[in-house]
Design a protein. Structure first.
Length: 369
């Protein structure tokens, strides 16, 4: 893991306990303060996630509000602007995006485009003087991630990656159980994430996606192994499957299985796929406990079974609006000059490990990270 996101910070985060409660200002009773000042967010890319989840969640935020839209489809943007009370003058296309620098209502630009466009729009947003949130995967190469970090540093703007599960109570509790020390050392993580993808998706076009299901789904398993262990893998192995007769998988693989080895002794066994009706979750074993999070990576409906030395308890933690929580947490960082718990360095580390995973898959060898 990069220096900026150390094991110490993982532990700090986990020690918050049901930490989304501590992190999400809407649960913290700050309505009075936040009603007076909210940061203006511009959503770049009005697709399923940008419009369907983030824009829809902004009205639920305590510290943020929607103030601008960036889209290649003016009609769609106009309709959404009306729906969310956004000034039509604050609708931008990709070609005039840089003029957002002259819009003082915009504090934060949230990049929700296909993966290969994340770097360009993050750099342009920073150059326009805006703080940036960017969706996962941060970019399609380590070099691009470094460019994004450098651009934000140069402009003295903050950068965070949309790792929403770092603001979600069940996953935060799992971090505490897995490496908090109360249940002994973490030994194994088993994580899977998959769905059956439709035809003609940018996600299966290597130029836009940067890779196959690892970039989109396996990254959740990789993240889980990192945040449950609170460590960085030292060695990885991987295998991919790319069917010859399926037109969806001309440029990317359909499935990947991979393992990660951590210095404290934990092993992670992960799978991701675009070719199966799959799982979204993980289980893990420490010396004393077993934890199972069904739907761990989903937007809601996450369940947490904890067996403490064999004795089972179904934990009943809050299901929150993860998107509102992550955007409010970033706004809190901007307003109070704090570092995000999901900074660019965390995104770059994922790219570094994913690059090694592809190297392992191509060579058939165990690769050191
Ligand atoms: P989508 O296909 O639904 O939307 C993509 C948007 O980008 C569309 O508005 C499209 O018009 C625009 N676009 C601009 N140039 C494009 C091009 N050349 N090709 C295709 N689209 C183009 O995708 P999505 O599911 O909203 O994903 C967008 C980003 O959000 C991805 O990086 C994805 O990994 C991320 N995402 C994150 C989560 C999460 O839970 N954090 C969930 C879904 C998606």
């Amino acid at each position: 893991m990069g220096d900026a996101f150390s094991r110490r910070r993982f532990i700090q985060a986990a020690s918050i306990g049901a930490a989304a409660v501590a992190l999400a200002p809407h649960v913290r009773g700050e309505e009075e303060k936040t009603d007076k000042k909210k940061l203006g967010f511009a959503i770049v890319g009005l697709g399923r996630f940008g419009a369907g989840q983030l824009l829809r969640s902004l009205p639920e935020c305590q510290l943020c509000k929607p103030v601008a839209l960036v889209s290649g489809h003016p009609d769609k943007a106009k309709k959404l602007a009306q729906q969310y009370g956004i000034d039509e003058k604050s609708i931008y296309g990709y070609e005039n995006f840089d003029s957002i620098k002259d819009n003082p209502a915009v504090d934060v630009v949230y990049v929700v485009l296909p993966n290969s466009m994340h770097c360009e729009y993050t750099v342009r947003a920073a150059q326009a003087g805006k703080h940036v949130m960017c969706e996962k995967p941060m970019a399609v190469s380590v070099e691009e991630c470094q460019q994004m970090i450098d651009a934000c540093k140069k402009a003295s703007r903050k950068l965070a990656i949309g790792y929403r599960l770092h603001y979600e109570p069940n996953n935060l509790k799992a971090m505490e159980v897995a490496h908090g020390g109360q249940y002994g050392k973490l030994r194994q993580v088993v994580a899977d994430h998959a769905f059956n993808i439709g035809p003609n998706e940018w996600r299966t076009d290597k130029k836009l996606a940067g890779g196959g299901p690892l970039m989109d789904l396996g990254i959740y398993c990789l993240q889980a192994a990192r945040y449950l262990s609170g460590e960085e893998p030292t060695h990885v192995t991987a295998q991919t499957w790319q069917p010859e007769n399926d037109p969806r998988f001309k440029t990317v693989d359909a499935s990947m299985a991979f393992t990660l080895k951590f210095p404290g002794g934990a092993l992670a066994n992960c799978s991701c796929s675009y070719a199966e009706h799959g799982a979204s979750g993980y289980h893990f074993m420490t010396e004393q406990a077993y934890g199972r999070l069904d739907q761990a990576f989903a937007y809601g409906g996450i369940s947490f079974l904890l067996k403490d030395r064999g004795k089972p308890t179904q934990l009943d933690l809050p299901q929150i609006n993860q998107f509102a929580a992550e955007m409010d947490a970033f706004a809190d960082c901007v307003m109070n000059n704090k570092e995000s718990r999901t900074p660019g360095e965390m995104g770059m580390q994922d790219l570094k490990i994913m690059t090694k995973l592809y190297e392992a898959a191509n060579s058939g060898k165990t690769v050191a990270v």
